[in-house]
Write a protein that binds this ligand. Structure first.
Ligand SMILES: [Zn+2]
Length: 100
């Protein structure tokens, strides 16, 4: 008796003469179910990711600010996005945005 009959998973190449054992190793019957379940789980995670990303963008869209530092009076202030220069609210000196 070959070793593949006692340990079919350890030696699949020796089982060419035993089609039942080879078929059981090569293609399990639940392959489609496992694939469908994996795709379903991936789809759920993708949907949750898209939902939270859209929610966060909607929540923090109005809170985003650009930080400016006045080089004359050392004042820190913010402006809405889309501006590269802004006047200081204290001394009215025009400063460029801080870049990190
Ligand atoms: Zn200033």
């Amino acid at each position: 008796m070959l070793d593949c009959c006692r340990y079919p998973l350890a030696t699949p190449r020796l089982c060419a003469n035993f089609p039942a054992v080879t078929a059981a190793i090569a293609a399990p019957a639940f392959t489609f179910e496992v694939l469908a379940y994996g795709l379903l789980v991936l789809g759920v995670f993708l949907a949750l990711w898209l939902y939270t990303d859209r929610r966060d963008r909607a929540l923090y869209a109005g809170r985003r600010k650009i930080t400016f530092h006045c080089i004359r009076c050392d004042h820190l202030y913010t402006q809405p996005p889309g501006t590269d220069t802004a006047p200081c609210p204290k001394c009215n000196h025009v400063n460029t945005r801080l870049k990190f």
